[in-house]
Structure formats: structure tokens, C-alpha cells
Design a protein around this ligand. Sequence first.
Ligand SMILES: O=C(O)CCC(=O)C(=O)O
Ligand SMILES: [Fe+2]
Length: 235
Amino acid sequence: MYSQEPTTDISFTEKETLDRDGFLILPNLIDSPQIGRICKELSHIQDYEPNLQNQSCQFDICFMHHKIMNGVFHVVKKDFISAGLHFRPNNAGEGLSALHIAYGGAPRKPGDYVACSVLWMISDFTQENGCTRAVPGSHRWGRSPSEVMRDPTQPNPHEIFWEGKAGTAVIFNGHLWHSTTVNHTNNKRLAIVAYWRRQEISIVERGFNWGVINQDTAHRLGPHTSRLFQNRGDI
Ligand SMILES: O=C(O)CCC(=O)C(=O)O
Ligand SMILES: [Fe+2]
């Protein structure tokens, strides 16, 4: 299990960036040996998988990293719970997708955000291999891309690309416009995305069991960390 550095916190400037842009890119959070162990685990998983927290302790860094968890709290401002640790590969030749937001409920007032995601780059992310694109500041607009853009799969004039080395994490507001882009290389681009929700918001909103843990995982994590998930012995 990952052991965190207790003193690391998100800085004032980083909070300002998160408030203004709706995302914060933090490089070098996972070292190469750990990336290697994560890749080995992911090689057993074919495609999209919503509950990596039950698959292996190698992914625990994605919900144990002190600074990242502080960043999530800064966005949602209240107790929060996991809606799953998701394996998000972008296969060679695929990835064209519509700009979207992570939260499907009624529009929220600027500053009153109920969802936050954290994207962990497990491969290097480049524009060539289908890195994520995002529209800075769009979390403050209170509208989803499909309400504003005729075709949200098209480029947006204000979009930027999240490029970075494997081991980089991006904390992003759940109301920020973002999407995957086309992977023009012959290699799979690997990512893990952690979805977080305010505890008061139902996480079974789409009928999935996102964010549940089984008995083995609850035992591995212990009572304190298990509280980040829904503990269900029956899965
Ligand atoms: O894989 C990506 O580039 C983005 C994934 C995404 O949109 C998400 O997990 O919410
Ligand atoms: Fe998304």
C-alpha cells in the first residue's frame, strides 16, 4: 500500500489555479517503478473497468495521495465518496469523443461543485496518442457542452490539451468540459480516472455499482480508508 507524506498540501497558488481553470496538473506523483507495477496489473485488464480499487493494492496511490485528496476536497468543499477508480485506456485509432462534464445533475451555481475527478497518466500523454482535451474555466459557466456547441466532438476554440509524462495527475472539476481525443499512434494510451462525489449526492445515479468495495478490499484498506467507498460484502 502507498504511504503518504503527511505534510504535503495543495498550495494557495494551486488552489487559485484549480478555482480559475477548473484543473490542476501535478507532474511526478508516481515514480517509474510504481508505474511499472501498475502497468503490469493493467495488462491483465482488457478494457474499460470501473472498480479498480477491488483489483489490486497497486492502484491505492490513486486514493491515498494526501495532496490529491486535499485538492478534491478543495473542489467539493464537503465530505466526499468515491464513484470508482476507472481504467480508461485509449486504444490505437480510437478516442474521438464529445466534450462532456462528469456530473449529470441539474446545473450548479459557480463555486458550488459536487463532483471532482482525478486523471492519472499511466502512459505519457501527447496530442499524438490521444491525450485529454479540456476547456479552461468552463466549470464556471453552469452549462454543459451539448447545450452550447452544435457538435461537441468538434474542436472548441478555447480547448487545451493535457500533455504530460506518465506519473502525472490532473485534478479536475467535475463540471469542467473535457474529453478524450484521437489516438493516432499504434500504442494504447493508459489512464486511471478516479471519480469523486459529495457524499450527499447519490453515486448510484446511473445504476452502476461504481465505488463499491468488497470484503477483501475493505480488509486491506482498514476502516479509515474504507470510508471513501461504499462497503458491500456481497460483490
Ligand atoms: O480518457 C480520457 O482522456 C478522458 C476520460 C474521461 O473523460 C473521464 O474519465 O471522465
Ligand atoms: Fe469524462
